[in-house]
Write a protein that binds this ligand. Structure first.
Ligand SMILES: [Zn+2]
Length: 212
């Protein structure tokens, strides 16, 4: 069965990328008893608004992943400098390879290869190289994508969407962004839901699905 997987690894270039792109799916998988590991590669110390502690995103990602139900021992935080990931490709690849050996995930979530942010693109490319034995889906971040193939949908219940919204709300240092509003997140999930005749959904691009 294509649905039979238990070990999921989600890769967030920066804290909160996964909450936006796949927060509902993660909440659903945790509810179903799957083991979800969350890795972020930057707490974007240089992008924190003036007057706030530089490590605030470390605290916010801890709170946000807790809302989604991710066990804290499954949260991995690396501190690469934001916007400089292309300079650290090899180091990032080596981290991904060691995570593969440690976690052996059946499903890996990445940003899209079409994502225009250089850090997201680096994680997408190195992730595809590192996880050759895993199913790979890319999550949607509409503000960074000019093309995205909606090839897989995950229907969500209201409680999954609520956890997604609540997890995004944990990022108070980032709340001024227009796409962080609950109205937008709700409308986006409803748009994807309408496409598959359900109320709420998230959509993903299939990069690789292995039928064993
Ligand atoms: Zn990001």
């Amino acid at each position: 069965m294509v649905h039979e997987f238990t070990r999921v690894l989600v890769l967030a270039p920066h804290t909160d990328d996964v909450e936006f792109g796949a927060g509902g799916a993660v909440a659903k998988w945790v509810e179903e008893g799957k083991e979800v590991s969350y890795v972020t590669f930057s707490i974007a110390e240089k992008s924190v608004p003036e007057g706030l502690p530089k490590d605030i995103l470390e605290h916010e990602v801890t709170a946000a992943t807790r809302v989604l139900g991710i066990t804290q021992r499954n949260l991995y935080i690396y501190k690469f400098e934001v916007r400089k990931f292309p300079q650290f490709r090899q180091e990032i690849l080596e981290i991904l390879v060691s995570l593969r050996k440690q976690l052996n995930p059946e499903l890996v979530l990445l940003p899209s290869l079409a994502d225009v942010h250089q850090d997201h693109h680096t994680i997408a490319e190195e992730g595809i190289r590192a996880f050759k034995n895993s199913n790979i889906l890319c999550y949607e971040l509409p503000w960074n994508l000019f093309n995205f193939t909606t090839s897989l949908f995950i229907p969500l219940e209201k409680q999954h969407l609520e956890k997604k919204i609540q997890s995004i709300r944990c990022y108070q240092s980032q709340e001024s962004r227009n796409y962080a509003s609950p109205e937008f997140i709700d409308g986006w999930a409803r748009t994807r839901g309408v496409q598959v005749n359900t109320t709420y959904a998230e959509t993903f691009e299939v990069v690789r699905w292995i039928l064993r």
